[in-house]
Write a protein that binds this ligand. Structure first.
Ligand code: HAM
Length: 413
């Protein structure tokens, strides 16, 4: 019978890979807590309308990529494609917001997007996500970027590019939008790809970051948002840049950086790498002040980012498992139970190691002990079983060995 295989675009993480994810999570917990972030865990499944209202109906994520299905009562449910919408929903629903109060949450876990799987792009992937509510100031955007940089540096990732842009606000963006439409029309609509012909009406900014060669060519010389910012947006952006510059963060201004989700205003940023193939963004984020209000909550400033953990893991590489302290080689079957009890006592004393469940030849057991990389091997054969002893072999040193009462040995651990 053919075996059941995992779903396309979904992955199993065995210990060496899972260890890298754990390291990222632990590092994030440590670094994010220095900045006052507390963990928020939200559900993986949410009502579909949450994502339509927040991410935007005309985005690729909502239009093409969501895992959406009816539940048993026919209500439309969606596996979260990102964390921000659920975090905002939870924040609004909890009623925790008070004017003047700043709240900071981080969240981590699996996200789901029905994209074409390739290197660095999965249908189930993991994000580390951080959000600040109640801080309209540019300092909050800068703080997030500084925190992201500290986190990446702590992981040893220093060869990354920080790309920065401002997307303007609801006051200045409409005029820019119109300037873009006029520009596209001057180039002739038909030259653009089918998706972009549609985007021109629904989301003209997205045409700017289309990957198709013909669109890339046509948008050369398009008006830049930074030339159309209102005074307040321009000032806000200048302050973000000023703090980052003073703090020594090297960034690249990218006026084509528009982000794929509709909720952003003002600051938008991405962190990219050239070492992971065609999917270059390892993190992305920005300001989304209007979102809590549009989900029925307070008119509250919001800003945040998310890192793609699979993409960071590609840069970090798999981690070798840490060598254990011991391996117990059972040579005589009758000693198997004693060996298990001896292992249990060692583990209760904080030692890490394994035990061969049954007896076997000295040669095969030694081979197994070597393979685990354990620093000590305990041998339990016929004599050790009869006398309540254990033969201790030092694997790291010069293979010295001695026999000792098990009870005595445990007293000294
Ligand atoms: P995003 O840019 O859509 O932003 O995703 C953030 C990161 O998730 C990307 O930079 C990428 O590393 C990773 N990612 C996205 N899709 C995939 C995929 N299919 N496979 C592997 N990795 C992927 C957001 O999701 C926003 N919610 C970020 C944010 C938080 N903005 C404000 N707060």
């Amino acid at each position: 019978m053919p075996s059941i295989k995992k779903i396309k675009g979904f992955a199993d993480l065995f210990p060496e890979d899972a260890a890298v994810f754990t390291r990222m999570e632990n590092t994030a917990r440590e670094i994010f807590s220095r900045y006052g972030f507390g963990e928020l865990r939200t559900p993986i499944l949410e009502k579909t309308e949450l994502f339509i209202k927040s991410i935007g109906e005309d985005t690729d994520v909502v239009g093409k990529e969501m895992f959406t299905f009816p539940d048993r009562k026919g209500r439309s449910m969606t596996m979260r494609p990102e964390a921000t919408a659920g975090v905002v929903r939870a924040f609004v629903e909890s009623g925790r917001y008070q004017p003047g109060k700043v709240l900071k949450y981080f969240t981590t876990g699996p996200m789901f997007r029905y994209e074409r799987p390739q290197k660095g792009r999965q249908r189930q992937f993991h994000q580390l996500n951080a959000e600040i509510f109640g801080a309209p100031e540019p300092q909050a955007d800068a703080e997030l970027i500084l925190m992201l940089k500290s986190f990446l540096n702590e992981l040893g990732l220093t060869k990354l590019t920080f790309e920065l842009n401002s997307l303007g606000c609801h006051d200045c963006r409409p005029a820019y939008r119109q300037a873009l439409i006029d520009f596209y029309q001057s180039k002739g609509r038909d030259g653009f790809c089918e998706d972009c012909q549609r985007r021109m009406d629904t989301n003209p900014l997205r045409v700017l970051d289309c990957k198709s060669a013909s669109c890339k060519e046509l948008v050369q010389g398009a008006p830049e948002i930074t030339d159309h910012l209102c005074g307040e947006c321009s000032d806000h952006f200048a302050q973000v840049k000023d703090i980052l510059g003073t703090a020594g963060v090297e960034y690249v201004l990218n006026p084509r950086l528009v982000r794929g989700l509709d909720y952003y205003i003002r600051t938008a940023f991405e962190v990219t790498s050239n070492d992971i193939g065609s999917q270059t963004a390892v993190a992305g984020g920005g300001r989304y002040d209007g979102l809590p209000k549009s989900l029925g909550g307070p008119d509250c400033a919001s800003t945040g980012f998310a890192c793609g953990m699979e993409r960071l893991a590609m840069l970090l590489g798999a981690k070798d498992a840490d060598a254990p302290d011991f391996y117990i080689a059972v040579i005589d079957d009758r000693a198997a139970n004693d060996a298990m009890l001896f292992a249990q006592k060692l583990r209760e004393k904080g030692q890490r190691g394994e035990v061969s469940y049954a007896g076997g030849s000295m040669k095969s057991r030694m081979r197994a002990a070597n393979k685990t990389g354990a620093s000590k091997c305990f041998i339990l054969g016929e004599a050790e079983f009869a006398e309540g002893t254990v033969t201790v072999k030092d694997m790291a040193g010069d293979d010295e060995q001695y026999t000792v009462s098990r009870e005595e040995y445990l007293k000294k651990v």
